[in-house]
Design a protein around this ligand. Structure first.
Ligand code: CTP
Length: 412
């Protein structure tokens, strides 16, 4: 592979202590040149070989060091950092870092981050040949390779050659260009939804009463935005039809801002008509009613006149409309059910009434609106699965993994 593109991809580079650390500077430069974004984490031993100043200048980001700095943790905590990345790269990967990760040890920033990440890790080992050949190191490497899922380790190198210590054999860190190719390869197979189109609704709707007032609800849009981010990260082309919220669109997601339910429906239908949609996730809290005859001017308070009588009419059901069979029906339609009681019965009733394929039921009597956490039950036509309270991001990633599994089983 030559000149791979890493456009829009994020790499977290962990630099261990070893003479090969000087090559990490060139690696940072190559990642940037390929269009990727890179954040660096320098271990205490790594800082003996390269300076945070050079890394910061090349990467354009401040360097995380193996000292728990409160200001760093406030800007982006190590858990957040490990999730921010599409891929974690350890170069040079020392025998110590490999041993810690293989055995689940977390006693410094690098090892904690390696344990906390839900992303694939690419290892570029660098050590003396006797160390590399030692059965303990080889056992740790095999262990890392055997881990399933996201955590499965990929390796690049070590190469054979003369080493800084004067010995000859396997142990030299792979050249930065080879590591760059391995990064591109590792990222390319982490896009299981590439080629799939997704349409997501999120947030509340706002139903105008007059030019200054309206009816809305407490939805923050956080769960829907997290689903959009998770699907985009897995390679889907995501359109997010969003009611008014205080959130930025996730990276790589196209957002269509709307206000009223009727506008949301029109935007969704426009998407379905423009090209076939594989995945529809209708997470918006759509107002069930809108005001009939929105006043064109501000409704004035007439002294002694009493409150105005608002006539409400029913809004279209977007989820039901999307679920209707026909040539433009998405392959997988997922709805949400916000309930304050009888979650299972109500969610199952919605599943069949609206004609969607899955329903994510959440109990909104708990702390859900605006919060970063959620607890849900996923109802499919075959059964249900409950997910204990966790972050909305984790819920979204879990849902995204189920979507990936669904398309693996039903590729058409
Ligand atoms: N929904 C929709 N359009 C509507 C109402 C709801 O697309 N006009 C979708 C929501 O996005 C969600 C699902 O339908 O995916 C269920 O929404 P919810 O508010 O829980 O249900 P309602 O149908 O409004 O029923 P109720 O308010 O009686 O619980």
């Amino acid at each position: 592979m030559s000149n791979p593109t890493l456009l829009g991809r994020r790499v977290l580079l962990i630099i261990g202590g070893g003479i090969a650390a000087y090559k990490s500077l060139e690696l940072v430069r190559l990642i940037k040149k390929s269009g990727g974004e890179v954040m660096t984490l320098l271990t205490k031993a790594g800082a003996e070989f390269v300076t945070p100043m050079s890394l910061a200048a090349l990467s354009g980001h401040s360097v995380r060091q193996d000292l728990f700095m409160p200001e760093d943790e406030t800007a982006m905590g190590h858990i957040e950092l490990s999730r921010w990345a599409d891929l974690v790269v350890v170069a040079p990967a020392t025998a110590g870092l490999i041993a810690k990760a293989a055995n689940g040890m977390a006693d410094d920033l690098a090892s904690t981050t390696l344990l906390a990440t839900d992303k694939k890790t690419l290892w570029a080992p660098a050590m003396n040949v006797r160390m590399w050949e030692h059965p303990a190191v080889q056992a740790n490497v095999s262990k890392l390779k055997s881990f399933d899922g996201f955590h499965r380790g990929a390796f690049v190198g070590p190469d054979q050659g003369e080493m800084a210590c004067g010995e000859f054999g396997f142990g030299r860190m792979a050249e930065p260009a080879a590591i760059l190719d391995a990064i591109a390869a590792a990222l390319s197979d982490s896009k299981p939804l590439a080629g799939r189109k997704a349409v997501i609704t999120a947030g509340p709707t706002f139903e105008a009463i007059d030019p200054v007032r309206g009816l809305t609800n407490r939805s923050s849009g956080k769960q829907g935005y997290a689903v959009a981010a998770a699907l985009a990260e897995l390679g889907a082309e995501v359109t997010l039809v969003s009611g008014p919220v205080f959130l930025n669109p996730p990276a790589g997601v196209r957002r269509i801002p709307v206000e009223a339910a009727t506008e949301m429906l029109a935007a969704v239908e426009g998407e379905l008509k423009s090209s076939p949609v594989d995945i529809a996730v209708m997470s918006a809290a759509v107002a069930d009613w809108r005001v009939d005859g929105v006043a064109t001017g501000k409704i004035k308070k007439v002294p002694g006149g009493g409150p105005p009588a608002l006539q409400l009419i029913e809004n279209p059901d977007i989820l039901a409309a999307v679920s209707k069979s026909g040539p433009s029906r998405p392959k997988l339609v997922i709805g949400f059910a916000a309930e304050t009681s009888d979650l299972e019965a109500n969610a199952k009733a919605k599943l069949s009434r609206k004609g969607c394929d899955w329903i994510v039921g959440n109990d909104v009597s708990q702390d859900v609106f605006g919060s970063d956490g959620n607890a849900v039950t996923l109802f499919t036509r075959d059964g249900s699965e409950s997910w204990a309270r966790q972050s909305k991001t984790d819920i979204a990633n879990r849902l995204a993994q189920h979507i990936v599994e669904h398309f693996k089983a039903n590729p058409q």
